[in-house]
Write a protein that binds this ligand. Structure first.
Ligand code: G3P
Ligand code: MG
Length: 232
């Protein structure tokens, strides 16, 4: 059964350090998060790395596609997935691994991600949760490594969420909290799924989402949301 923490640091703690970096993971842990969310995609030579965008431009100032960049050519600040896992082991952090493929690389990205998890995920940490906007990634993950729990990742939920979840045997749904209707949240919880909402940095919104059944808030500022949820 999927047991989510009540707060997950988004891209580490993106409010406090460059997103998806080791510094961001350290900030998340320092600010009380027990889990972080990261985005995983492949370099040109097939190495899983932690990076949100398909280009290096926004975060690294380099106008180049990740899918056309070899691991050896990446800036040192961009962690490989393997380096990130080693960091989580030191920090004691769990992880929601978002499989974020570059276009056309859905299957190979999912397969490389779960292969690395099988070889490197520490026994000392809680089992990771896989998520993806691409159902094909979750289907491939299930086929190659069914032991890792999966969550559908959907920006705006529609009536087809349940058959989509069943098709990949997901046990969780991660969705955009700003677009989540209370009735839909209740429906998902009544159906027995874990429910996470991203990317919530507003304390009031976090509290109202929890009030309608959301189990887990994914946030850039884990300290702010932890404080909001512990206050009554
Ligand atoms: O996994 C939750 C959230 O990270 C999904 O959106 O674009 O921030 O990866 P994005
Ligand atoms: Mg993400």
């Amino acid at each position: 059964m999927l047991q989510l923490p009540n707060v997950i640091g988004h891209r580490g703690a993106a409010a406090y350090a460059p997103e998806n970096t080791l510094a961001s993971f350290r900030q998340a842990q320092r600010r009380g998060a027990t889990w972080v969310e990261i985005d995983v995609k492949l370099t040109a030579d097939g190495v899983p790395i932690v990076m949100h965008d398909s280009s290096l431009k926004r975060t690294m100032g380099i106008d180049r596609l990740v899918a056309e960049t070899r691991r050896a050519e990446l800036p040192a600040e961009v962690p490989t997935f393997e380096q990130a896992i080693a960091c989580f082991e030191v920090l004691g952090l769990g992880c929601n691994v978002e499989i974020k493929p570059c276009d056309g690389r859905e299957i190979e990205t999912a397969v490389a991600t779960v292969a690395l998890l099988r070889h490197r995920w520490p026994q000392s940490l809680p089992a990771p949760l896989l998520s993806s906007f691409k159902d094909a990634c979750l289907a491939a993950a299930r086929e190659h490594a069914p032991e890792f729990l999966r969550a559908l990742l959907i920006d705006e939920l529609a009536d087809d969420w349940r058959p989509r979840a069943e098709a990949v045997a997901a046990t969780g749904v991660n969705t955009n909290g700003a677009r989540l209707a209370p009735g839909r949240a209740r429906e998902i919880k009544q159906a027995g799924y874990a429910l996470a909402a991203y990317t919530i940095n507003d304390p009031g919104l976090a509290r109202s989402l929890v009030a309608v059944g959301v189990d887990c808030i994914i946030t850039d500022a884990p300290d702010v949301i932890l404080a909001a949820l512990s206050a009554d």
